[in-house]
Design a protein around this ligand. Sequence first.
Ligand code: SF4
Length: 476
Amino acid sequence: MAVSAAHASHVPTVQFDAALIRKLSQQGPRYTSYPTADRFTDQFGVGDYLQAVNSVRAMGARNPLSLYIHIPFCDKLCYYCACNKIITKNRSKAETYLTYLKREIEMQGKLFAEMNQVEQLHFGGGTPTYLNDAQMADLLAHLRKWFRFATDDAGEYSIEIDPRTVSPERVHTLRAQGFNRISFGVQDFDPDVQKAVNRIQPEEQTLGVMQAARDAGFRSISIDLIYGLPKQNLITMGQTLNKVVAANPDRISIYNYAHMPALFKSQRRIAEEDLPSGETKLDMLSLCIKRLTDAGYVYIGMDHFAKPDDDLAIAQRQGRLHRNFQGYSTHAEAEMVSCGVSAISAVGSSYSQNEKTLEAYYESIEQGELPIARGIKLSVDDLLRRIIIQMLMCNFELSIKSLEMAYPITFAHYFATELEKLRALEQDGLLKIDSEWLTVTPKGRLLIRNICMVFDRYLNSPREAKLERLKYSKTI
Ligand code: SF4
């Protein structure tokens, strides 16, 4: 898809407009996939997945592979957590899990044999470093047995780290084991905030392992923060941001804490009176954007910031940024094969999700079957809307002409209803529409989900009750 000359030559900017956010912020999906995972059905099964793999093979399997490995275990519960995780100190559970995970990797490896190499590997969780050194080495050797990997300088091999679980020595070992990108869960440096969310993580510990990651030669170091946590205020946020900027990571993600205790049981342990008000949250977001852009970080989109010379920022300038279940990525057009409980794959024109409980996951593998529980086969309309949402999320613009060349549609006719809704957002100043481009304004970038939601056919179908949106977090 085309990128406008203006886009190619300028670093995207972002403009914070509190009144506009107040007016338009609503509940909506984060679009790590389209259709979103809540549209997957159990009508989709292993047979459909195998068909998707076969079509990829039949088309010449040109795309590289991206592997995701899910390790669901954590030592301790963080109260804000909305991930699919299992809290246990019983390490033998990880041993059992690894046995099954390796069998699933072997099944997937056989399916993709002779196809393209792996250019991306991501370990997520839970806590991937719940595994010890020997278990990690064994798992990586198993992955290398069943998949062909690009060399260290060509591939992106990343792991999410809970700094409480690793020593500086362990970080060096992870680099030697083949990881070249690392992201650290920090959330907030303030001790009172840490206490309120049950995640005590001394600053020296976090900074120590970050330094070790630099010394070990990791190519990209990333920090995850959250705003909207209990006991946070503008002062604590300012102090945390100062420390983050001083720590000098290549990428920073700042997530909005969505307090949804009805959906996530662990969040019921958070005292509601400790939560910052909506207004304070907006001020904190404004502060984050100001501090980080003043410090030279580029706003990539959807909570992500990166240094201008980081691969993500470069890929965005060149119009080849991509978005998947792990957020933004520089490797577009990869077949994403995910292994582990609840993991989601994106192969060909399909999404598929593994069983969500360990019991069901183990049982399928025991029967020699891939543990796929649900998914969706994308229609041509889904594919078209997916590319539009992808373009808007990653590049903040859409070339109507390129889309019309790639798909047999006339944009103004096919999306007549959507254009009407977009005109209202144009009046609000979120985007500009002409016959060739949809261009998101700097003010519209923070509300990009609102613009994407216009193209979400499922969300806009008559069946979709307004109440159903309550399962999503707020767009800001
Ligand atoms: S936030 Fe991370 S470490 Fe904490 S419980 Fe959730 S998955 Fe585990």
